[in-house]
Design a protein around this ligand. Structure first.
Ligand code: NAD
Length: 520
C-alpha cells in the first residue's frame, strides 16, 4: 500500500489521515467495472438517471460544513470560500443539469430535403461517450470534478475519477456521494499522482476530461492522440484586468484584490495582471495597496496549498525585484509559526511583459500592476499572453466595455467584475491558446460528454434510389440539372429551363430505376 502525498494540512500543520494510492495494476480493473456498469446505466431512462443523481445535492448540502472543513484542511483555503465556491456552486450544478437536460437531450428531427431524399426522416440523438476518465487538480478539489461528473453521469456515462494527490480525502468524500444511488462501479475512484493519471489515460476509456497545468495537459493530449481517444483540456491562465480612466476605482480596486487573492491566488481565473490607464494609475494603485494591506491572514487569505507552489511565487517575486519592479506591499514568505506555507499578499508595480510574474502563471497572492498609455496598449498586452482564460474590463461606460470585451482573446470576459462566473452552471467556462479547449458549464459542455448519433428511417418503397445504379446519361443530366437548380443557373430564363428539364428527366430516370436498365 503506497500512501499518497500531502499528509500535512497546509492550513493547520496537523497530520492528516494517510490515504492509500490505487495500485497501477488495479486501474484497468476500475475502468472495466465502470464500463460494465455504464452499459446498463445508459439503458435507463434519462429521467431515472436525473432523479438518482439529483439525490447527490441533498448529500452535498447535508454535509456542507464537513466538506468545507476538509477542503480547508487539504488546500488551506478559508472555509467560507469552500462553502461558497465549492459546496454551494456544486449544489447549483446539480439543479441546473437536472432542469436543462430533459430539453437538451431530446432527440432533434433532422432537416432533410424531400425532393432530393424522398420519404426519409431522421433524428439526431445525444449519446453518452461511455467511460470518461476525469483527472483533476487540487485548487477546487470538490467543485471542479463535480461540474463534469454531474452532467457526465446524468447523460449516461460512467466516470473514473482521479483527484489530485494533494487532495485525496476530498476526492474520497466526493466519490462516496454517489454510493448506493448509482450502480456499483459506475463512479470509479483512482487515488495517486502523475503515474496513476498517465495509466488511467492509457486505459480502456472513451474520453478524458482533464483540468490542470499545460505541461501535464500536453502529456494527456499525446496519450489520447496515440489512442485516438478524445480529450477536453482546461489548463492554466494569466488573466488580465484592464482598468479604464472612467472606472469606479473603489469597485475596481476591491474587485481586483478579491480576483487576485481569492484562494490565495490559486485560481485558474485569478487576476494575474492589471493594466491601468495612466490617468488613474496612481489612484487605483493606492486603493489596491490599501485593500491588500487590509486583508487578514488566515481569515481572508489562507496559505498556499503546497511548498512547490509557494516556491514558484517566491521565484516570480524575486525575479521581479531583480528586474527593477517596485514591491508596494508584501513580497515576503510568511513565518511558518504564524501561517503554514503562507505568503504575504503582494502588490508589484512593473513594466516588463517578459518578467515571469507578468508572462507565466504565478498562482499566488500577487497583483502585478502595469501603467499603460491607453486602452489600445492594454488590449495589445492582454492579448499577447499564451493563455486566454478570463479577462475583465473596468469602466462606467458599460456599452464601451462590452464592445472592447469582444476584442479580448479570452474565453470569459466580464465588465466590472472578474472570474466569478465559473460558479454559474449555465454559462460556458473555456479558454484559448495554452488554456486548452475544454468547455465546462452550459449546454456547450455536452459536446464533450456526449456525441451525436443520427438515425434515419427510410419509408421509400421504390426498388432503387435516384442515385443508385445504374449510372446513365440521364442520371448525369439530372445531376447537372440539380447543379443549375441549386444556384448554378444564372438568370430567371435558365432557372425556368432547369425546372422544365427536371420535369422531363425525372420520369425517364424513374423508368430506369424500375427496370434497372438505361433508358433508350
Ligand atoms: P497538474 O497538471 O500538476 O495536475 C493535474 C492532475 O494531473 C493531477 O491529478 C495530477 O496527479 C495529474 N497528472 C500529473 N501527471 C500526469 C500525467 N502524466 N498524466 C495524467 N495525469 C497526470 O496541475 P495542478 O498543479 O494540480 O493544478 C494547477 C493547474 O490547473 C494550474 O495551471 C491551473 O491554472 C489549472 N486549472 C485550470 C482550470 C480551468 O478551468 N482552466 C481550473 C483549475 C485549475
Amino acid at each position: 500500500m503506497e500512501a499518497v502525498f500531502a499528509e500535512t494540512s497546509p492550513a493547520t500543520g496537523e497530520t492528516l489521515e494517510a490515504i492509500a494510492a490505487t495500485s497501477l495494476e488495479a486501474i484497468p480493473e476500475v475502468v472495466a467495472r465502470a464500463r460494465e456498469a455504464q452499459a446498463k446505466w445508459a439503458e435507463m431512462s434519462l429521467d431515472k438517471r436525473i432523479k438518482a443523481i439529483t439525490k447527490v445535492k441533498a448529500r452535498i448540502l447535508e454535509r456542507a460544513e464537513e466538506i468545507a472543513k476538509l477542503v480547508h484542511l487539504e488546500t488551506g483555503k478559508p472555509d467560507v470560500e469552500a462553502l461558497l465556491g465549492e459546496v454551494l456552486a456544486s449544489a447549483d450544478v446539480v439543479t441546473y443539469w437536472g432542469l436543462a437536460l430533459p430539453d437538451e437531450m431530446e432527440p432533434e428531427e433532422a432537416e432533410i430535403d424531400a425532393l432530393s431524399y424522398p420519404k426519409k426522416s431522421g433524428w439526431i440523438h445525444r449519446e453518452a461517450r461511455g467511460t470518461i476518465a476525469l483527472i483533476m487538480p487540487w485548487n477546487f478539489p470538490f467543485a471542479l470534478p463535480l461540474r463534469t461528473m454531474i452532467p457526465a453521469l446524468m447523460t449516461g456515462n460512467a466516470v473514473v475519477f482521479k483527484p489530485s494527490e494533494l487532495t485525496p480525502r476530498t476526492g474520497r468524500i466526493l466519490a462516496a456521494l454517489f454510493d448506493g444511488i448509482v450502480p456499483d462501479g459506475l463512479v470509479g475512484l483512482v487515488q495517486g499522482g502523475g503515474e496513476a493519471g498517465a495509466r488511467l489515460c492509457g486505459a480502456d476509456i472513451d474520453m478524458v476530461v482533464f483540468t490542470g497545468s499545460p505541461a501535464t495537459g500536453r502529456k494527456v493530449a499525446h496519450t489520447c492522440a496515440d489512442r485516438l481517444v478524445p480529450c477536453a483540456l482546461e489548463l492554466g491562465g494569466k488573466d488580465a484586468a484592464i482598468v479604464l480612466a472612467d472606472a469606479d476605482l473603489d469597485r475596481a480596486a476591491n474587485g481586483i484584490v478579491w480576483g487576485a487573492m481569492m484562494n490565495c491566488g490559486q485560481n485558474c481565473g485569478a487576476i494575474e495582471r492589471v493594466y491601468v490607464e495612466s490617468k488613474v494609475a496612481k489612484a487605483l494603485t493606492d486603493k489596491i495597496v490599501a485593500a491588500t494591506k487590509a486583508l487578514r491572514i488566515g481569515t481572508d487569505v489562507g496559505p498556499l496549498t503546497s511548498a512547490a507552489q509557494r516556491s514558484i511565487v517566491e521565484k516570480h517575486v524575486e525575479a521581479a525585484k531583480a528586474g527593477g519592479a517596485e514591491i508596494l506591499t508584501g513580497g515576503k514568505t510568511l513565518d511558518e509559526k504564524d501561517a503554514k506555507l503562507g505568503y504575504e499578499p503582494t502588490v508589484v508595480k512593473i513594466d516588463d511583459e517578459k518578467a515571469p510574474i507578468v508572462a507565466d502563471e504565478t498562482f499566488g497572492p500577487v497583483v502585478p500592476i502595469t501603467e499603460v498609455a491607453d486602452v489600445e496598449d492594454a488590449i495589445k498586452r492582454a492579448n499577447a499572453s499564451r493563455y486566454g482564460l478570463t479577462a475583465s474590463i473596468w469602466t462606467k461606460n458599460t456599452a464601451r466595455g462590452e464592445k472592447l470585451a469582444r476584442r479580448l482573446r479570452a474565453g470569459v470576459v466580464t465588465v466590472n467584475n472578474h472570474s466569478f462566473t465559473g460558479a454559474i452552471p449555465s454559462v460556458p467556462w473555456s479558454g484559448v491558446g495554452e488554456t486548452g479547449w475544454g468547455i465546462t458549464g452550459s449546454v456547450h459542455a455536452l459536446d464533450h460528454l456526449t456525441r451525436p448519433r443520427f438515425i434515419l428511417v427510410d419509408k421509400n418503397g421504390a426498388p432503387r434510389e435516384t442515385w443508385w445504379y445504374p449510372y446513365t446519361p440521364t442520371l448525369r443530366k439530372l445531376a447537372l440539372t440539380f447543379v443549375a437548380l441549386r444556384g448554378g443557373a444564372k438568370g430567371i430564363v435558365s432557372k425556368i429551363g432547369a425546372v422544365f428539364r427536371l420535369l422531363g428527366l425525372l420520369p425517364k430516370r424513374m423508368k430506369e430505376l424500375k427496370s434497372g436498365k438505361p433508358a433508350g
